[in-house]
Design a binder for this molecule. Structure first.
Ligand SMILES: NC(=O)c1ccc[n+]([C@@H]2O[C@H](COP(=O)([O-])OP(=O)(O)OC[C@H]3O[C@@H](n4cnc5c(N)ncnc54)[C@H](OP(=O)(O)O)[C@@H]3O)[C@@H](O)[C@H]2O)c1
Length: 402
């Protein structure tokens, strides 16, 4: 019995990587490339980075490579000429890539742009390795309904949710008292608000323990990332918001914890290397080897913990309030945050404007119930429009005050 399960879990698994050129995407490519016979590649997708996408497609002998930006099609086609690898472009082509028959799909696009492609993979009943947290934040309840309806398997890739998944008793959820999400605290963990008000893009993306894409790095600096993760955890594990706590743990060794009603607390530990949670999802239910540095607790020596500071980091409060409010509130939170973070990365607004714009957009728009995906898209579009207006007004204020 055990031997048969081992054999089945070692069988080749055809994979598609959505967002293959990003931080999670490239680390997934790294793992897949170590065992090409076991992980043949169906499709790879990117937004604009045709150089890297074409190199990855050649290296992994993918059947299809897709760029979301149609203007990049000619460049991709040229770089793949003579390889026999199909090239395509456009948002619909990314969705079509997710529809192709891969057993396992890595959802590693950043932001709500991942909603359509992730949904396409879910509707095929695929195993979806899920990094793209904004998708669950903007459409959590509907997405989980789709997962159930189509018999898809959602495997969390966020290190915190992967940790919880590994110690969560799905058979006896009533025995779970609370989830505890750990947070590094980000680059501004011990900085005051005056420092944050003047923080630059470079300071905000310089994460102390994880190397990640620009958007999630800024989210870590505001701690909105933990707010998004709280909402993600609520939908993934079905635990109410008031039983999900956040604990700042700067060393990022304990990736999260589950407390049971008897007082037992189970945790998953490891060095901060995303290849460990990605490999957990890639091999699931088997474990596969990774080159991640082994955890040496003697070397780590001291693990410290502190409560998050709600005054210096209001994003966590905003995310909790959005989840409590329900309906379109998390969709609005995430969309306004995407707009504001991009404006900060483009140096159009200051660091503290991000939380202000999110809070104002949440207050300005109705938190309507989301009956279907069209309602999600409408709420997302309304929030983006509102937040863009606030970014523009902030820019005008900044110019006027100089
Ligand atoms: N990085 C981490 O360690 C980490 C950890 C946990 C969770 N996550 C989550 O995983 C997701 C990806 O994060 P990341 O850090 O890997 O981001 P990233 O480095 O910015 O990569 C994003 C990927 O998505 C593609 N992309 C961007 N906009 C797109 C669009 N409109 N349509 C289609 N593809 C698009 C990018 O293509 P181009 O390269 O062409 O721009 C790239 O391949 C996020 O939701 C993040 O919160 C990340």
């Amino acid at each position: 019995m055990v031997v048969m399960a081992e054999a089945a879990s070692d069988a080749p698994r055809r994979v598609t990587i959505l967002g293959s050129t990003g931080s999670v995407g490239t680390q997934t490519v790294d793992l897949v490339a170590r065992d090409p016979d076991r992980f043949p590649v169906e499709a790879l997708t990117a937004n604009r980075n045709v150089d890297l996408l074409a190199r990855q497609a050649r290296q992994l002998n993918a059947r299809l490579a897709v760029v979301a930006d149609p203007a990049c099609y000619a460049g991709l086609k040229e770089r793949l000429s003579g390889t026999g690898i199909e090239a395509a472009a456009g948002a619909d082509a990314v969705i079509a890539a997710a529809e192709r028959p891969a057993d396992w799909v890595m959802a590693a696009i950043v932001g709500a742009a991942g909603l359509g492609p992730t949904l396409a993979a879910v509707r095929r009943g695929a195993i979806v390795a899920f990094a793209n947290k904004e998708v669950l934040v903007c459409a959590g309840a509907l997405m989980m309904e789709e997962v159930k309806a189509h018999g898809a398997t959602l495997l969390p890739v966020d290190s915190e949710h992967s940790a919880i998944y590994q110690v969560f008793d799905f058979e006896r959820t009533s025995s779970i008292a609370r989830l505890i999400l750990t947070a590094s605290g980000g680059p501004f963990r011990s900085r005051d608000r005056a420092f944050m008000a003047a923080a630059t893009r470079e300071q905000a993306v310089a994460h102390p323990t994880w190397e990640m894409g620009a958007k999630i790095s800024v989210d870590s600096a505001t701690m909105m990332n933990k707010g998004l993760e709280l909402i993600e955890a609520h939908f993934l594990f079905g635990i109410p918001e008031e039983r999900i706590d956040v604990l700042v743990h700067p060393q990022s060794v304990i990736h999260s914890l589950v407390e049971y009603v008897d007082g037992s607390v189970l945790a998953q530990l490891g060095t901060p290397d995303m290849r460990t949670p990605i490999a957990y999802a890639l091999g699931w239910p088997a474990r596969i080897a990774t080159p991640a540095e082994r955890l040496d607790l003697v070397k780590a020596a001291t693990l410290t913990f502190e409560a998050p500071d709600p005054v210096r980091f209001p994003a966590l409060r905003l995310a909790r309030a959005a989840l409590q409010s329900g309906g379109a509130a998390p969709t609005i939170l995430s969309a306004a945050n995407e707009v504001a973070v991009q404006a900060f990365l483009d140096r159009r607004i200051g660091f503290l404007d991000i939380e202000r714009i999110v809070e104002e957009t949440l207050a300005a728009l109705p938190h309507r119930p989301l009956s279907d995906l069209a309602a999600v898209r409408d709420a997302d579009a309304d929030a983006r429009r509102d937040a863009v207006g606030r970014v523009t007004a902030s820019g005008a204020m900044a110019v006027g005050s100089r």
